[in-house]
Write a protein of this length. Sequence first.
Length: 437
Amino acid sequence: MSVALLMFPLLFLLVLTGIPIALSLTIVSAGAGYMVFGPNVFAQLYGSFYSAATNFILAAIPMFVLMGAVLERSGIAERLFKVMQIWMGRLPGGLAIATIAMGAIFAAAAGVVGAVEVMIGMMAIPAMQKFRYSNSLISGTICAGGSLGTMIPPSVIAVMYASLAQMSVGELLAGMMLPGLLMVVLFIAYLMLHGLLWPPEKIEDRSEADTMPLGEKLRLTVTSLVPICALIFTVLGSLLAGIASPTEAASVGAVGALVLCVVYGRFSLAMLRESLQITVRISAMILLIVAAGTMFMGTFAANGGSRLIRSAVENIGLGDAGIIVFFLIIVFLLGFVLDWTANVLICVPLFTPVIRQAGIDPVWFGTMVIVVIQTSYLTPPMASSIFYLKSIAPPDMTYGQMCRGVVPFIFLQLATLALVVLFPALATWLPDQIVGF
């Protein structure tokens, strides 16, 4: 078990020195595996790699990524933001609310956090700066809106979590739906209150929402918002109803996005090539980490790591509530250091047996874990969302402003987590009602 105890410190050391997470996982797995299997270690690691590569549920990930990439590259997302801006621009904090709404809709269409944040950031920053929103509020709003790709179904994280926990993808997505919508409502309520108390400075020129005729607003809404909502409903509806598997539903979404692209006259071979390049790059990164993480957990278990975790939990004498809190704290702390992919890969295989043995509802627990992962995604100093935003932000938007901007949204995410903890039905009621109806 001493080798198992050393695996995590070595992994963190390699990650902090700048070695890519997939390579770090592989190096530690090979070293720890050699201690158990000797010269046969590579045959054992190949078995773990093969099992990850042949997991049919994970085949949904490239299709969801392609769906989001096509919507982003084709300009469809830009039309959506324009619609949100037209209808919500006159509310207190209207542009910030439009950004959150855009993040929620595009999160449901894409399911990939980084793509959502970069896309809405490139459109929202110039618009919000034009209306003299503070850089802190702009930063927090974009980071929070982008992070909704974690909670709003269909989420790539949920697909991976369900695969590793050997549970229904549809049940977990349904369990996340109400907490995800609750989080969006809390974000919007905060932005409206902020807009009432600290409105942005007045400017002379009127927004497009003030000058556009009602008929044009309705036409733009029908042609831009309705098709995207129909696509999202088709993907989620077929998945939750049990009509389609996750891979089939994701494929429908990708084809639907291409059809919308053709209908809007934005299809081109260059756009398709860019979308496929993005899909290959992101999918390869995720799936390589999945394979390396599978090897890591296999060698960790072979070195007695799973027994070590179970005995530690039993010796501490934690009840069900203590186990949940203990595991959620571990997920949150790992989120400071590791990418969400590695976080899920490491934690889910360790926690799932203990959770099932304790009789804790796996959908409820899974929903809480994903909320915590989303919160750690926003929490400085190692917040991935801030680094994504920094890559596209103008020079006058500083790292300090970004850190201050995300703080209110972190508290709102923790409030969502507290509500899910206090009212488990938020995560368990909807799966019982609609999955496989």
